[in-house]
Ligand binder design. Structure first.
Ligand code: ADP
Ligand code: MG
Length: 271
């Protein structure tokens, strides 16, 4: 049985930030792995043609593999595309192949182009899998793939790198989230900000941290992810940092962050 509260209703979280290299994929796979280790069934949807989440979770994603691309086309269901990750029996991944690279343009002329992922995630389609959590790893853009992720979710998780220009571009992201709220998905909210790649040796990291907390208050998790070589090495071994080096600071911090996310969710449900 899980040590973390199991959500009564499935939580669908979109991990978005149009800036590349801020820790979207790393946070997606490690948070998902942390929840899975605690016995919560977790599904990662890789929505980036780069397929980095698929690589990190060690699932097949060569061109032609049933993937999120065919799901968006309506050819197959999420359950048909999902693979169990060798990193944990509770962790599933709908991979992204390079075929997804054209989807951003192909989607433009499709019916219900903004809600194709939402349709695919509808309850019947997920009856077999029954995940407690779904994480959607977005590409570094605000195009139709990211819009699909925002329409399919209730929550947005924004990773922010503790670096120069950390907050640059955030207003554009927030504006896009507001547009999706107004026109396509009134249930959407920014539920979680996660500070990543924190380097305690620099003053800058603390400045960014307090600036973000000033802006977002309690939406920012208390847990901050440190910059750690182990975190960046793990995907090269087809592992998450939780199995690659369970005792490392990176691993512990992702476990803490996942715990915060789970407990907050339970508190909101109870409220
Ligand atoms: P995004 O998905 O936003 O583009 P990634 O998760 O791929 O960002 O991270 C960008 C790079 O930074 C990757 O090489 C990743 O391994 C590295 N990285 C992410 N988080 C950490 C961390 N906490 N410590 C060290 N390296 C990290
Ligand atoms: Mg990524």
């Amino acid at each position: 049985e899980s040590l973390l509260p199991r959500p009564t209703h499935r939580r669908v979280m979109t991990v978005a930030n149009q800036k590349g290299g801020v820790g979207k994929t790393t946070s997606t796979v490690n948070l998902a792995a942390a929840l899975a280790i605690h016995g919560l069934k977790t599904l990662v949807i890789d929505l980036d043609p780069q397929g980095n989440a698929s690589t990190a979770l060690s699932v097949e994603h060569r061109s032609g593999t049933p993937s999120v691309y065919e799901v968006l086309l309506g050819e197959i269901s999420i359950a048909e595309a999902a693979q169990v990750s060798p990193t944990s029996p509770n962790l599933f991944c709908v991979p992204a192949t390079i075929d997804l690279a054209g989807a951003e343009i192909e989607l433009v002329s499709m019916v219900a182009r903004e809600s194709r992922l939402k349709e695919a995630l509808s309850s019947e389609a997920l009856d077999q899998l029954q995940p407690d959590y779904v994480f959607i790893d977005c590409p570094p853009s605000l195009g139709l793939l990211t819009v699909n992720a925002m329409v399919a979710a209730q929550e947005v998780l924004i990773p922010i790198q503790c670096e120069y220009y950390a907050l640059e571009g955030l207003s554009q992201l927030i504006r896009n989230i507001e547009l999706v709220q107004q026109h396509l998905n009134p249930d959407l909210s920014i539920s979680t900000i996660l500070l990543t790649m924190y380097d305690g040796r620099t003053k800058l990291a603390d400045q960014v941290t307090s600036e973000v907390r000033g802006h977002f208050g309690d939406v920012a998790l208390k847990t901050v992810i440190p910059r750690s070589v182990k975190v960046s090495e793990a995907p090269g071994f087809g592992q998450t940092v939780l199995t690659y080096d369970p005792g490392s600071r990176g691993s512990m911090s992702y476990l803490d962050a996942a715990k915060e996310i789970a407990i907050r969710g339970a508190q909101k449900e109870g409220a």
